[in-house]
Design a protein around this ligand. Structure first.
Ligand code: HEC
Length: 175
């Protein structure tokens, strides 16, 4: 006495439970990992990069120079010498996503950048929307070589908490 279900039924129940747990895990897991896999700088999205390239030409190139491919094509006679190149030869890629967004929004780069004394970087927080700032930074990332992008991704992993916090403050709806 005391046995409520027969042995075969018990085994069938355990097997069913295990299958259900397996199915539930398969369904839920991709959603759990989705957030950290989705990059803020959407450099593979051609529409984002095209919008960013136009903005870059209009808003950034006068100081930072033009960039194309992994090759830096700055016209040194035409740019302010103190503005660093955003190409692979510069150090933009050394900043995690959240720092790039903040630098562009507030123009406050002095504390975060090496060898920088006085900032002449404008504050774009009013002139550009969050969407536009992410577009232009995505374009910049799209111009880096594969090697530099991988290193930037590795830097981002170290700052995942800050990246997530800043991302939640951004309004990335299409304007
Ligand atoms: C009026 C000139 C000027 C314009 C226009 C300008 N910048 Fe800058 N920017 C600078 C200077 C100068 C620095 C170097 C920092 C300093 O001197 O404190 C800088 C630094 C930066 C940095 C940090 C350094 C680095 O390479 O990571 C980022 C990021 C940046 N700018 C992004 C942008 C973006 C994006 C735009 C266009 C939306 C832009 N800047 C337009 C002058 C400018």
């Amino acid at each position: 006495m005391g046995i409520l279900v027969s042995k075969p039924t018990e085994i069938a129940l355990v097997v069913t439970a295990m299958v259900l747990i397996g199915v539930a895990f398969t369904l839920v897991y991709p959603h759990l990992s989705e957030r950290s896999e989705e990059p803020l700088l959407d450099w593979e999205n051609t529409a984002v990069v095209a919008r960013g390239a136009t903005l870059y030409a209009e808003q950034c190139s006068s100081c930072h120079g033009y960039i194309g491919g992994s090759q830096n094509t700055n016209d040194m006679n035409n740019i302010r010498v103190s503005a660093p190149s955003h190409g692979a030869d510069g150090h933009t890629w050394e900043h995690p996503d959240f720092a790039l967004v903040q630098l562009t929004k507030t123009g406050e780069v002095a504390d975060l950048c090496r060898d920088v004394s006085e900032s002449e970087m404008p504050e774009f927080g009013q002139a550009l929307s969050d969407r536009e700032i992410v577009d232009v930074l995505s374009y910049i990332k799209s111009t880096w070589s594969e090697n530099i992008r991988v290193r930037h991704d590795e830097i981002n992993l170290l700052y995942e908490g800050q990246n997530t916090a800043v991302r939640e403050l951004l309004d990335l709806s299409d304007s």
